[in-house]
Ligand binder design. Structure first.
Ligand code: BV8
Length: 232
């Protein structure tokens, strides 16, 4: 860790698990209780927007009640420490919560969007979420009352910030995946891309992920333990 100059960190739901936010593919995870194709696709929203809003309002209340854990705090410290020595951290998260930011991370790339933001169905403008937005209130940007959706990337939709992610991945000298099962693409393909580029790879996870074979190094255990140890 110590000598890396351009660190790329990819986080997944496991980094927020100890903050009480559900993971997805785990036993008892969100997708074992809810059908993602019935709730996390544009077709699902077109079919039943009220149901999808209810699903995200429920999860959003969990995010607001949650607090960052030692893994989020360690990554915020890592960002500062790297910057102090002229190095960089590119923190890419699959998570839609704001726990990295609330722990102090200043640059977070949310490739799957953010549950605390809303997107106008008419003009695509993104604004902070308010619960009354789940009814057709006028968009603060365009004024049209076409309705709002959560600013989330659903299955089948293009993830956000792909160019910035690709550029950061190409110039990294260390790739670290934290709390992700390696089940959802394109994020799940990043470690193989890193390996092909000759970048050192490390997995910090509760247990070996679907991508475990691609990592040069791995430390298994709860993120609140293994992440602070790794960056120490
Ligand atoms: C795309 C927002 C094209 C929603 C999410 C058929 C139709 C359409 C698409 C596809 C298809 N078949 C395949 C695809 C591609 C699809 C995909 O990958 N599907 C999978 C199911 C095969 N991908 C997409 O649709 C993506 N878009 O492909 O567009 C494209 C792509 C590239 C370039 C151009 C065009 C969009 C995917 C985004 C979907 N949205 N989230 C919401 O949140 O409600 S995905 C959602 O599930 C999460 O965001 C997250 O990304 C994913 C789950 O992943 P993880 O974060 O890894 O979480 P998981 O529970 O799986 O794992 C947790 C890990 O933590 C575990 O390993 C566990 O052991 C560990 N852990 C648990 N506790 C701890 C811990 N670790 C440490 N400490 C602990 N305490």
């Amino acid at each position: 860790m110590t000598s890396a100059q351009r660190v790329f960190v990819l986080t997944g739901a496991g980094v927020s698990a100890e903050s009480g936010l559900g993971t997805f593919q785990d036993r008892g995870g969100i997708w074992s209780r809810f059908d993602p194709m019935a709730l996390a696709t544009p077709e699902a929203f077109a079919r039943d927007p009220a149901l999808v809003h209810e699903f995200y309002n429920l999860r959003r209340s969990g995010v607001v009640a949650a607090t960052p854990n030692a893994a989020h705090e360690a990554l915020a410290r890592l960002e500062s420490r790297l910057q102090e020595r002229g190095a960089t951290l590119f923190l890419c998260t699959q998570n839609v919560d704001d726990l990295h930011e609330r722990a102090g991370s200043r640059a977070v790339t949310h490739m799957h969007g953010e549950i605390l933001k809303a997107r106008c169905l008419a003009c695509e403008a993104v604004t902070p979420w308010r619960d009354d937005l789940s009814v057709a209130t006028p968009c603060p940007a365009c004024g049209r009352a076409s309705g709002m959706r959560p600013d989330i990337v659903w299955f089948g939709e293009m993830p956000k910030h792909l160019e910035a992610i690709d550029a950061a991945l190409r110039e990294a000298d260390l790739f670290v995946a934290i709390g992700t099962s390696g089940a959802v693409y394109p994020a799940a393909g990043y470690v193989a891309q890193a390996r092909a580029l000759g970048i050192r790879t490390c997995e910090l996870n509760l247990e070996p992920s679907d991508n475990a074979a691609h990592f040069d190094e791995a430390r298994y255990g709860p993120a609140s333990v293994v992440v602070p140890e790794f960056i120490a």
